[in-house]
Design a protein. Structure first.
Length: 229
């Protein structure tokens, strides 16, 4: 019997898949057992000091720019310089103010807002004030017998400590039943929680909503007073 003829004796069979093939030399092993990747790393020139400085400058500059954008557009910290909002806020507290709140929704009764100091209040160098919104546009405010009435209804003020009363005895605006204080459209009526030690709308009248910087929503300092408002 004649053996099968192989037309190409040098052709690799099925068991030779992945073989380097004849005539191909394997690359020499790296000296001292080093891998090619380690040699490549050693051949790479070191990063220059100037490049490192530029990279850090870009990182720091980006962080500063982001902080400025956040302060201008979104959030801003404010220091509380007086006791006019006591006990909700104490002198020395720091609060964060959301500057986008009233671009997304209307001012709400009970909000604590930071606003530009009214032009009539010239006896201080503090540019912004912080008070609580009590009356909304179009409402009538009456303050009598130590209580605040809005459109004839007694205002529920759970944020005030027990025994605190509201008075207009020393204020220019009396807001009596015969002559109520009317809040114009586009304005709000604000008062401090410390009613006996707060110069507010009883003294300078309603404030324009356009002068509101934003809504205070959290105390961030001191650490033992951190909490939402």
């Amino acid at each position: 019997m004649t053996a099968p003829h192989d037309p190409d004796p040098d052709r690799p069979g099925s068991g030779d898949v992945g073989d380097l093939g004849s005539g191909t030399e394997a690359p020499p092993p790296p000296p001292d057992g080093e891998s090619g990747s380690r040699r490549k790393g050693r051949d790479r020139p070191p990063k220059s000091q100037v490049t490192s400085i530029v990279e850090w400058a870009l990182v720091i500059g980006g962080a500063v720019a982001l902080a400025v954008i956040v302060k201008i557009v979104l959030l801003q910290a404010f220091y509380i310089p007086s006791a006019s909002m006591y006990p909700t806020l104490q002198k020395g507290d720091r609060v964060l103010v959301n500057k986008l709140s009233y671009k997304l929704h209307d001012v709400n009764r009970g909000d604590i807002v930071v606003f530009e100091r009214p032009p009539s209040e010239t006896a201080t160098n503090i540019p912004d004030l912080i008070k609580r919104v009590v009356g909304l546009p179009g409402e009538e405010i009456v303050i009598t017998e130590g209580h605040v009435y809005v459109d004839g209804n007694l205002l529920d003020e759970p944020y005030l400590p027990e025994g605190v009363t509201s008075s207009t005895e020393n204020a220019p605006l009396k807001c009596t039943q015969e002559d109520p204080c009317v809040v114009p459209e586009g304005d709000v009526w604000v008062m401090g929680d410390n009613r006996n030690d707060s110069k507010d709308s009883r003294y300078f009248g309603p404030i324009d909503e356009d002068t509101i910087v934003g809504r205070a929503f959290v105390v961030v300092w001191p650490l033992n007073r951190i909490g939402l408002l």
